[in-house]
Design a protein around this ligand. Structure first.
Ligand SMILES: Nc1ncnc2c1ncn2[C@@H]1O[C@H](COP(=O)(O)OP(=O)(O)OP(=O)(O)O)[C@@H](O)[C@H]1O
Ligand SMILES: [Mg+2]
Length: 188
C-alpha cells in the first residue's frame, strides 16, 4: 500500500523537505561541460555491487558517443543512481518472479541527443511498472510504496529538483506488468 503522510505528520515533514530543497538551491551547481556517458558510468559503478548481489543485469547501451553537455557531474550522477536503485528495487519486489527461478531482471541505460542539442539519459527496467494511481505521485516528496524502513520517498523528488536546477525535466512512461522508462532531459 502506498504510504503518504497523514495530515498531522505533514506539518512535520514540510520543514525538512523545505530545508533540503533550500539547501539544493543554495548550493551552487558546479556546472562544467562533461560527457554524459562518464557521469552515467560513475553512477553504474556505485550501483554495481548492489546489482551483482541481487542478480540484476544493468547494461549501458553502446551507441554513438554523445558530446559533452554542461552539467554538475556529482549531482547528475546522483540522479542516475537514484533511478538505478529504484529500478533494481522494483525488479526485486517481484517475489513471484524470483520464486519461479527466472532471471532476476534487466536494467538498460542509454544516452542520446535531443533535437535541440541537449542530452537524454534513459533508465529502463523490466520490473512491475507503475500503476496509474501511483504514477501521478511518484515525484511527491515522501511518497513511497516501499515498506517502512526501506524507502523515504525522497529519491525522485531530489532527482527532479536537481534536473530542474539544470533547466531540464524527467519524463516517465510505464506499462504496468512490463516495466518502466525514466528519461532525463538536460538542455545544452
Ligand atoms: N522503476 C520503478 N518501477 C516501479 N516503481 C517505481 C520505479 N521508480 C519509482 N517507483 C515508484 O515511485 C515511488 C517513489 O520513488 P522514490 O525514489 O521517490 O522513493 P523510494 O524509492 O520509495 O524511496 P527512497 O528513494 O527515498 O529510498 C517508489 O516508492 C515506487 O512506488
Ligand atoms: Mg528511490
Amino acid at each position: 500500500m502506498p504510504r503518504t503522510p497523514s495530515t498531522s505528520q505533514k506539518k512535520w515533514i514540510v520543514s525538512p523537505h523545505d530545508a533540503a530543497k533550500a539547501e539544493t538551491l543554495r548550493r551552487a551547481l558546479r556546472i562544467t561541460p562533461a560527457p554524459p556517458e562518464d557521469t552515467v558510468r560513475r553512477a553504474l559503478e556505485c550501483a554495481a555491487a548492489l546489482m551483482e548481489e541481487r542478480g540484476v543485469r544493468a547494461e549501458l547501451a553502446v551507441g554513438a558517443r554523445v558530446p559533452a553537455v554542461p552539467h554538475d557531474t556529482d549531482q547528475l550522477q546522483q540522479v542516475v543512481l537514484n533511478l538505478l536503485v529504484n529500478a533494481e528495487q522494483a525488479i526485486e519486489s517481484q517475489a513471484a518472479r524470483r520464486a519461479a527461478g527466472e532471471a532476476l531482471g534487466h536494467i538498460g541505460i542509454r544516452t542520446g541527443r535531443t533535437a535541440e542539442g541537449g542530452v537524454v539519459l534513459e533508465v529502463c527496467d523490466d520490473g512491475p511498472g507503475i500503476p496509474a494511481e501511483v504514477a501521478s505521485r511518484i515525484f511527491d516528496p515522501f511518497f513511497t510504496t516501499k515498506p517502512p524502513g526501506q524507502g523515504t520517498g525522497l529519491g525522485l523528488a531530489i532527482a527532479q529538483g536537481i534536473v530542474t536546477d539544470h533547466g531540464g525535466r524527467i519524463e516517465v512512461t510505464s506499462r504496468p506488468g512490463r516495466g518502466s522508462l525514466f528519461r532525463v532531459v538536460v538542455p545544452r
